[in-house]
Design a binder for this molecule. Structure first.
Ligand code: AKG
Length: 264
């Protein structure tokens, strides 16, 4: 990745009205202290436990989104790893941005962690709704990212092109590399990125891992990226809240009906 631009883009805020405005202007917003310290600590413990378990069992996965990188570790299907991640999927702040940008009902398309490791490279510059048919004139999804570690310019922080959501293009090449801005935010912050925003993660050059959790929500007309019907821990079907069942596609509305009905 080329040198990153500094100083552009929204400031971190605690004001949700400001965050909503930033999301519309820049395609991203950053909310400070979104996670209470105790919850952040628990999430961090569970996430790194899952990462370690995958490493030890040989279940480790990389995901360079079009690039061959074997340093960054991806952990998919987080709701099945621990109920804490289910709570995070329906966290009031996440639901705020989902309802604001997409309306309701919406689907949780995937929920995964990206742990950038020392020496890890950036993934391909992309926008999350890049697989959805164009032309676009609105977001069809929103990615709610949770900073589990501090995000810094040297440890692989998410980097994005401010305002690129308004270009309405699925991808861009190296010509935009000098417009990339790293999102520097302390652990416990939330970053919301609307689906058309061009972004990636930065290279990690500082010797420590950086974990972020990425909850990708879409309009309820798209097949989810994670096949919840096959991969979800059944306990979540049994005990999950109504909001969670809706997000996971188990509360049919217009689509996904059973013999034409919205209940079994
Ligand atoms: O790890 C990051 O900072 C970015 C991850 C990302 O771009 C994605 O999951 O779509």
């Amino acid at each position: 990745m080329a040198a990153v631009a500094q100083g552009a883009g929204p400031a971190i805020t605690r004001d949700l009205g400001q965050a909503d405005a930033d999301l519309r202007e820049y395609g991203a917003c950053i909310v400070a202290d979104a996670l209470a310290p105790e919850l952040l600590a628990e999430l961090r413990t569970e996430l790194y436990r899952a990462a370690e378990s995958d490493l030890q069992r040989g279940w480790r996965q990389d995901y360079g989104y079009g690039k061959d990188d074997h340093v960054n570790q991806r952990i998919w299907n987080l709701p099945s790893r621990d109920p804490l991640f289910c709570d995070l999927a329906e966290h009031p702040l996440a639901m705020h941005f989902v309802k604001d940008l997409l309306g309701w009902p919406a689907l949780l398309s995937s929920m995964s962690a990206n742990i950038t490791g020392p020496g890890g490279d950036s993934m391909m510059l992309h926008c999350d709704q890049g697989y959805m048919p164009t032309p676009w004139d609105r977001p069809h999804g929103v990615n709610v990212a949770w900073c589990i570690d501090d995000f810094t310019a040297s440890n692989g922080a998410t980097a994005y092109v401010p305002g690129s959501h308004l270009w309405n293009v699925p991808a861009a090449g190296e010509e935009v590399a000098d417009k990339l801005v790293p999102i520097e935010a302390p652990a416990g912050s939330l970053i919301a990125m609307e689906g058309r925003l061009l972004h990636t993660n930065g290279p990690n050059t500082d010797g420590k891992r950086r974990a972020g959790i990425f909850s990708w929500y879409t309009l309820p007309i798209y097949l989810p990226q994670e096949n919840w019907y096959l991969s979800l821990n059944p306990a979540i079907r049994q005990f999950g809240s109504e909001t969670l069942q809706t997000l996971l596609g188990f509360r049919p509305q217009v689509l996904g009906r059973i013999n034409g009905m919205d209940r079994l």
